[in-house]
Design a protein around this ligand. Structure first.
Ligand code: ADP
Ligand code: MG
Length: 328
């Protein structure tokens, strides 16, 4: 797309109306305005570069937009908040057609509409590689955000959904000898169209304390972040980490890799007091979300800040990168 077409492009993505009453000014001026009185504002940004974070070989333009926005919304969910609006900064190479760009925006809007989120601004420049950077604005009731630093001794560690699906789906898409896409449709869709756990987390307000993180890089990384921020020891039982039955088609080594360090499931990992576990299960049931207890938090001065993976009788330190000697 040529820069001259930029104005037509901005015109064409301008929404006809805004879904959120908090949007005072959207696209069309120098900046957007959003108004709140009783809530804390959450902001998060994520940037995706063509051929680094996505490739048109495995992902069409619609899903590039969808997934990029999903990743940001997942960060809002991991703070315990609700997504409200987003702005999009896009670097466009000449080789990208205006149709493909509209597909990116259509992908974002498909997900945005389910949360009644508004596109309220952005920036458009030309460059050599497609870069898509999305900033999402969210809200949370005053003082009710969920932090990684809130884990305490004897908390139950839980995850939502099944873990490793998206990495498995990407593997299928990258594997040129694989042809049975129909069989693997579920995990392929988990890669292309992940569902951030907004609804579940917004029903958890009766639970006073919860440490929370979203799974964008893999549970090894996210659990380590909780352990470090809370200065506690996280013990995860590998055999409790839930996976989709389709993963049984693959080697134990692949499954270990996807479940421990395969990211982009955009599920949540958190810790709650054992007393709240029954309540959390009830909320999960009501919001149609699978949750699984995968371990316990310990307070062990010598180990605090680290994560350990239990496999039967052996306990191995789990590095942020997901490396354990189980891999060998
Ligand atoms: P300015 O030069 O004042 O920064 P622009 O001409 O860049 O304004 O943008 C005009 C309007 O269009 C602004 O409201 C801006 O937020 C919006 N906009 C520009 N590019 C995009 C984009 N890629 N996606 C969404 N909104 C955009
Ligand atoms: Mg201006």
């Amino acid at each position: 797309m040529r820069l001259l077409e930029e104005f037509d492009f901005i015109d064409s993505i301008q929404p006809a109306y805004y879904r959120q009453s908090s949007v005072v000014k959207g696209i069309g001026d120098d900046a957007a305005i959003v108004r709140y009185t009783n809530e804390d504002t959450i902001m998060t940004v994520d940037t995706m570069v063509e051929n680094v974070h996505f490739s048109t070989k495995t992902t069409d333009a619609f899903h590039i937009g969808y997934r990029a926005l999903a990743a940001n919304i997942s960060d809002i969910a991991a703070m315990g908040g609700k997504p409200v609006a987003y702005v999009v900064s896009i670097v466009i190479p000449d080789s990208w057609s205006s149709h493909a760009l509209h597909e990116i925006y259509r992908g974002m809007d498909e997900l945005a509409s389910t949360y009644k989120m508004d596109l309220i601004g952005g920036d458009t420049v030309s460059g050599k590689q497609l870069v898509l950077s999305i900033t999402v604005l969210g809200t949370v009731l005053k003082g009710q955000a969920r932090y990684r630093s809130d884990a305490l001794e004897n908390d139950i560690i839980f995850v939502t959904g099944t873990i490793g699906d998206a990495a498995c789906g990407l593997h299928i898409l990258l594997d040129e000898s694989e042809t049975d896409y129909e069989r693997y449709q579920y995990v392929i869709n988990r890669h292309r169209m992940p569902t951030p756990r907004v609804s579940f987390i917004n029903h958890c307000s009766s639970i006073e304390r919860m440490a929370l993180n979203d799974i964008s890089d893999g549970i090894s990384n996210e659990a380590n972040e909780i352990a470090k921020a809370s200065n506690k020891t996280l013990i995860i039982d590998y055999h409790q980490v839930p996976s989709h039955p389709l993963l049984a088609d693959f080697t134990l080594e692949q499954c270990l890799d996807w479940k421990i360090s395969g990211g982009e499931d955009f599920e949540l990992i958190g810790t709650v007091p054992a007393n709240d576990w029954a309540t959390l299960q009830k909320i999960a049931k009501e919001t149609n979300i699978k949750i699984t207890a995968i371990g316990m938090v310990q307070d062990d001065e010598k180990k605090n800040g680290t994560v350990w993976l239990r496999d039967g009788n052996t306990l191995n330190k789990l590095a942020k990168s997901g490396y354990t000697h189980l891999r060998g």
